[in-house]
Design a protein around this ligand. Structure first.
Ligand code: MF3
Ligand code: CO
Length: 263
């Protein structure tokens, strides 16, 4: 299990270069996937498109076959989580409908170095509450990214998310978190989306983090479906999720998975 105690890797220039390439590939493919979302599409059609993009570009899925601590190997290259599904939705025969919100979570590696990103997008028009949820979750990611500067403390990240999200009337999921990323998709540290500021290690240039707030309309509690992966809200109300892979630099944070037009 990841914890505050473990050493946080600092990447070399050459490693950062590979992570830039992985991040760019993730950003471009996610843009393609987001553009496909419309009523009537099945979630496995999105996974199929993602598999083709991976093959064409000669990169490697970070998700396919992934199986931490005794879980069954993840069977797809993409997570598609609809409405009350928070994260880790397995693509299948489900058809997207007008008014749905859909989190697309995607990761690849290049020469063994990973990028990981997620975007929540809408199917047609949304009701006001879902639109607000998506907007607040997106902004909470941007606020968290702003904390990724040398000298800030690890817990400043989660504080930025929680202190923005809760006054909007939403809740922050606690059972999942952001994470360090590099030669492993998940490495130290564990980065919760809540907490007091000023705790934990200081950030340094060369650290790379996957920041991923998950925000619920109702209670923060999570249930896991029988497929052992799909995480849903305990009260059935909607949830949104955004993620970027971000490099700490001597000045502004560099969002490795952001390309022109992306979240
Ligand atoms: N971005 C997610 C995470 O960091 C998705 C990975 S789960 C996988 O947990 F199994 F699909 F790989
Ligand atoms: Co992640």
């Amino acid at each position: 299990m990841l914890s505050y105690g473990q050493r946080i890797p600092v990447k070399t220039r050459a490693e950062v270069e590979k992570m830039r390439e992985a991040g760019r590939q993730v950003g471009e493919i996610l843009l393609e996937l987001r553009a496909l979302v419309r009523p009537g599409l099945t979630t496995e059609q999105l996974d199929r498109h993602a598999r083709k993009a991976i093959a064409e570009r000669g990169v490697t899925s970070s998700f396919l076959g992934y199986g931490p601590h005794g879980l069954p190997a993840y069977p797809a290259v993409l997570c598609v989580s609809v409405n009350d599904e928070i994260v880790h939705g397995i693509p299948g025969g489900r058809t997207l409908e007008e008014g749905d919100i859909v989190s697309l979570d995607f990761g690849v590696s290049v020469d063994g170095w990973h990028g990981d990103s997620a975007v929540t997008t809408r199917v047609g028009e949304l009701d006001a509450e879902r639109q607000h949820l998506v907007d607040v979750t997106h902004e909470s990611l941007d606020r968290a990214i702003e904390e990724l500067r040398p000298g800030r403390r690890l817990s400043d990240i989660g504080h930025a998310v929680q202190s923005f999200v809760e006054p909007e009337g939403f809740s922050v999921v606690r059972d999942f978190a952001g994470h360090g990323i590099g030669s492993e998709m998940h490495e130290a540290p564990w980065i919760p989306n809540y907490g007091a500021r000023g705790r934990g290690p200081r950030l340094k240039a060369g650290m790379v983090f996957a920041i991923e707030p998950m925000v619920n309309v109702g209670v923060p509690d999570v249930e896991i479906l029988d497929d052992e992966w799909t995480a849903v809200t305990a009260d059935g109300l909607p949830s949104a999720h955004f993620e970027h892979t971000v490099l700490v630099t001597d000045d502004a944070p560099e969002v490795l998975t952001r390309v022109a037009g992306s979240h």
